[in-house]
Design a protein around this ligand. Sequence first.
Ligand code: ZN
Length: 281
Amino acid sequence: MNFARHLFLVAVAATLQAQSPHEGNKPFPPYKVIGNIYYVGADDITSYLITTPQGHIILNTGYEDTVPIIRDNVRALGFRLEDVKIMLNGQAHFDHVAGQHDLQALTGAKIYSSAKEVAVVESGGAKDPRFGKEHTFAPVHVDHVVKDGEKVQLGSVIVVAHLTPGHSQGCTTWTMTVAEGGKTYNVVFVGGTGINPGVYLVKNPTWPGIADDYERTFKVLRSLPCDIFLGAHGVYYGMLEKRKRMETAKANPFIDPQGYKDFIDHSEKVFRAQLAAEGGK
Ligand SMILES: [Zn+2]
């Protein structure tokens, strides 16, 4: 195309971007996090590409309008969308799974979900007890229900599911190991720990055991060995700042075991404060 038309299209794209109603969903250049893990998400809404010679896994697919960002990022890294075999999610909220429908159309990948969130994604979010009335999206069929502790294997890569309910009912934290420079690292992709606005911990008719679930989740998170700290939102682990630091730092900034501990400590502090405010133990 000629240069004037190119400029026109760039301007249109910029306008459309500015109009995107979704926070944290600006296009972001893809990069290698470590080993065979690549970041292909937006500026806060994360998406990870885990590659193997036998096909790839994508963890988290963002909003509907995150999909073009993921698509372009996967291609920019030189990988093929048709090679994505499995889609996983950390939590079935609309900002992490609404993109599954369109991304499945592009990849043909199978959709995996924890049992508690099958109804949520298969109803296009309508059965989400917190957000069902506000945010819905194109429903998908869940091809495989993931159990607690399940090892999802593709080629030589094994990604392990740890149910960490609280932020959502079937919230799942994924772990794997990754090798780089002769070393092996433990990777944790946190599903989420925040308490959504309007959610009660003590008197919660739609989820009576939510406080106990949170207690167990903090224990589980503390039990996971973590070198590489990642998660469903970039803000969980300071993605933007670490990505910037990557340009000059000698060590990979995403190696951050202390940051992971601090994140759990902070999340638990917020949880205990709200529990106490509601008159819980
Ligand atoms: Zn969420």
